[in-house]
Design a protein around this ligand. Sequence first.
Ligand code: XIL
Length: 349
Amino acid sequence: MQHEPKANSLSSAAAQKGLLFGTALCTSDLQLQPLADAILHNCNIITPEYEMKWDAIARDSGRSDYSASDQLMTFSSANGLALHGHALWWHEAVPSALRNASGKRFSDAALDHLRTTVTRYAGQVHSWDVVNEPLEPAHDRGDGLRATPFLGAFGPEYIETAFRQASLLDPNAVLVLNEMGLEYVSPAAERKRRQMLALLERELGRGTPIGCLGIQSHLTALEQPHDHPELRGFLREVRGLGLSVMVTEMDVSDHLCPRDRKQRDAIIADTYRGYLDLVLDEVRVLAVSTWCLSDNRTWLNGFHPRPDGAPQRPLLFDRAIRKKPAWHAVKAALLHEGQGASDPVQASQ
Ligand code: XIL
């Protein structure tokens, strides 16, 4: 039973452009009924925020515990939602027992985890973040690859290995190479974009089954410009490679914004609008997902704490699960409406 987008929802706005709209969540979110309702009303794709990661599944006993990720898989299939699996191989989610492992011990464990997990959900997931955050220009490798335990154990071909294994075990899943920081305006970000294009060309040239580029889209208000020619050019080159894009983890940090709530909410909304307008202009987008849906729970309070100590307001619903101007801005962008077509108003669900 495929989830029919609800009227006046973000998934119905997205459906008009042939794309999915969703968010990241965790099992505890499902216990907060207004939030679960907002997710079901607005989303037709969901991403496990952390409960499907390797370190969340592995146990020191050596056994794996899939109960939380199974619960999210069940929630998605019971409600006709697509599920975007996150993330098979990510250097920040290696189980503690393997953090100092290398060579065959690490590669055997990493392959076993990938095979077991992809097989468990084969035919059920819409897509997978197969490899997350492979690049780090500061690691000064010619290929821009981040020095991770995966690179150490397998060599640069770890990316091909992961994608070929996932493709063998779940041929219908869209396989995504997911990266952070491709959206920014700094020289380092431009270097990262160039390295990503070179990586994609190399991997696609050797037949690595990458179906989609994931652009995490963790934006910072007052830093993310509306006009961003380098990002436009990058997206055009991604399209030229025949790849689609998923906006996988969009949120807008307000740590540089004034404290005033109305001002912050307006600046955040404007940032979402300008960014999505640009991306939707330039490339085929399969799905747009935010990294959680309401300000009641955002990783940004830890990753980008505000200097004044006030809680971040980065998302589309406030802590009482009421729509914010950002909700209206994202809807307008998804509908590709003209500027100002729908003035952001504070409205309850
Ligand atoms: C973050 C989660 O939001 C946190 O709850 C967790 O403690 C750490 O990971 N890029 C990613 C995500 O790909 O998996 C990260 O999510 C945020 C950055």
